[in-house]
Design a protein around this ligand. Structure first.
Ligand SMILES: Nc1ncnc2c1ncn2[C@@H]1O[C@H](COP(=O)(O)OP(=O)(O)OP(=O)(O)O)[C@@H](O)[C@H]1O
Ligand SMILES: [Mg+2]
Length: 501
């Protein structure tokens, strides 16, 4: 068995220190410590993928401190080795059940322990690969959003990127089809090759053949030299055929031949050139309908539609609107000197009540316009050309609930100095539930979280500037019931370190 490296071994109390020695003696790459402070110092500098907690009969360390130690190595798998007596404690049992890959009882067979560590290491490796794949997809192009629709889209992008088959991307105008196409390319083995985007609807029908397939010298009047077309230019990479539904029917035949034979011939040429290009196409019109009315070749449709992806319209993923707005706001102010600090609560409500027929592009344009046009520190609905909403209930119950939940967690954590136990007690949930909720909302345990760069998966780990509405003892429900309470009054605070404007 190849022994995994980077194991943090924390031995707490009792005579159990020998386990670390034995594992070291058998060649395990172990960093042994005997108290949590030492573990914390190591964790601050090193990333551990595996942890072994060795606990005597009566460890004089609180479970919450052990929990904090586990949380300080995110992505690591932990194995507990404990005396049976330690499991008498309900808190310790809860900890083992919630945070450990497995547990073994003392005295334990060393081989069994090694096997368990091996399995845990495999799982940690899998988790790591998963994370890396996710990051890869994010890094591709900064696809912002954290709702279920965008998570699904990322997952689909990751899957289709691994193959070489054509992909057809559907979705309304401005929803992010080109962004998805670029992400597919950048996550694919062709990432180091070119990505060539062609808007089939924007090139005049008389030129599109030579633009796509190239032409030989003298092929037509004005063709004074030979020229490679977009398909050749995309050799070893990806060609993105946007608005494929606008491709004239006679060119659809040529494209079909290219998809079937992987060869093209330039206009005026006689040679068949082999080109290795992956095709990703997009259309905002329903191509199946275009086929039904005879505007699109059925055989080409089936060739292109081997893998299909649908980008949801923004109105079906409204939970991403505030995050996208904040992301675009940060991008807009990055290069300008401005006193605009963010969005007013009314602007947020108006955004959440708007239907977004122009999707993400419309949101970007409205934010851009608002940053330029507003005279105030906080952007209002009219700055964005949106109608003010009288009642914040207009934001929809689901979104209001999610927003309030995230805000009250962030506020509580800030107030109690990010002590999980105290925060969980105040919120009336278990620590495990609180960890789960923090993960769901992307809230980091450490206080410094900032809006991630364009490449980020989850763009903002929200750290909300404290507002006077949160009082000690406010339960989540109470926060929900007051429309004035719990809602962010200034969205520019999201993702910035607390206290910063
Ligand atoms: N999830 C997202 N995160 C960040 N920016 C996004 C996201 N989705 C779309 N955008 C941005 O919105 C704009 C429109 O996206 P894109 O051009 O990909 O849409 P489209 O579906 O191809 O539009 P069209 O149908 O009009 O060609 C772009 O500026 C893009 O970067
Ligand atoms: Mg497009």
């Amino acid at each position: 068995m190849q022994l995994p490296g980077n194991i943090l071994c924390v031995t707490l109390g009792g005579h159990s220190g020998r386990v670390a020695e034995q594992l070291l003696g058998r060649g395990w790459n172990l960093s042994p410590v005997t108290d949590l402070a030492a573990a914390g110092r190591l964790q601050a500098h090193r990333k551990f993928s595996l942890g072994l907690l060795v606990v005597g009969a009566e460890p004089d360390v609180a479970e919450e401190s052990m929990e904090a130690c586990i949380a300080a190595s995110p992505g690591a798998e932990w194995v507990a080795l404990c005396e049976a007596q330690a499991l008498e404690s309900p808190a310790f049992r809860e900890l083992v059940l919630g945070s450990f890959f497995d547990h073994l009882l003392q005295p334990c067979d060393l081989r069994e322990l090694e096997m368990t560590l091996g399995h845990a290491a495999k799982r940690a490796g899998l988790r790591h690969r998963n994370e890396a794949a996710r990051r890869c997809a994010v890094d591709a192009l900064g696809m912002v959003g954290q709702g279920p629709a965008i998570s699904r889209l990322r997952e689909q992008i990751r899957k289709v990127a691994a193959t070489d088959a054509p992909v057809l991307i559907g979705g309304e105008s401005g929803s992010g089809k080109e962004l998805a196409a670029r992400a597919i390319h950048q996550c694919s083995p062709r990432a180091s090759g070119p990505f060539v985007a062609v808007n089939c609807g924007a090139i005049s029908p008389s030129l599109i053949q030579s633009e796509l397939f190239g032409h030989e010298r003298g092929a037509f009047t004005g063709a004074s030299s030979e020229r490679r077309g977009f398909i050749e230019a995309a050799s070893d990479g990806t060609i993105f055929l946007d608005e494929i539904g606008d491709l004239p029917i006679e060119l659809q035949t040529n494209l079909l031949r290219f998809l079937q034979e992987k060869t093209i011939s330039r206009v005026g040429g006689v040679r068949n050139l082999h080109v290795d290009v992956r095709v990703v196409a997009a259309s905002h019109v329903d191509l199946a309908e275009a086929v039904a009315v005879g505007q699109f070749r059925e055989d080409l449709f089936y060739r292109l539609n081997v893998l299909s992806i649908e980008v949801e319209p923004l109105r079906r993923r409204m939970e991403d609107v505030p995050i996208l707005a904040e992301y675009f706001f940060q991008r807009c102010i990055a290069k300008t000197r401005t006193r605009v600090k963010g969005f007013s609560r009314q602007a947020l409500a108006a955004m959440l009540a708007h239907e977004w027929p122009g999707n993400v592009r419309e949101l970007f344009n409205r934010v851009q316009r608002a940053v330029v046009m507003t005279d105030r520190r906080l952007i209002g609905p009219t700055d964005m050309g949106l109608e003010a909403v009288e009642n914040v209930a207009g934001m929809g119950l689901d979104i209001a609930r999610t927003t309030a939940e995230r805000d009250v967690i962030s506020l509580t954590l800030t107030r109690v100095g990010r002590n999980i136990t105290h925060a969980a007690r105040e919120l009336g949930v278990s620590r495990m539930t609180l960890y789960r909720l923090m993960e769901k909302h992307g809230i980091a345990l450490e206080s410094e979280s900032r809006l991630q760069p364009a490449s980020a998966w989850s763009p903002a780990a929200p750290v909300i500037r404290p507002t006077p509405v949160a009082r000690v003892g406010d339960s989540m429900d109470a926060m929900m019931k007051s429309p004035a309470a719990g809602y962010r009054s200034d969205w520019s605070g999201a993702g910035k370190p607390a206290g910063r404007a």
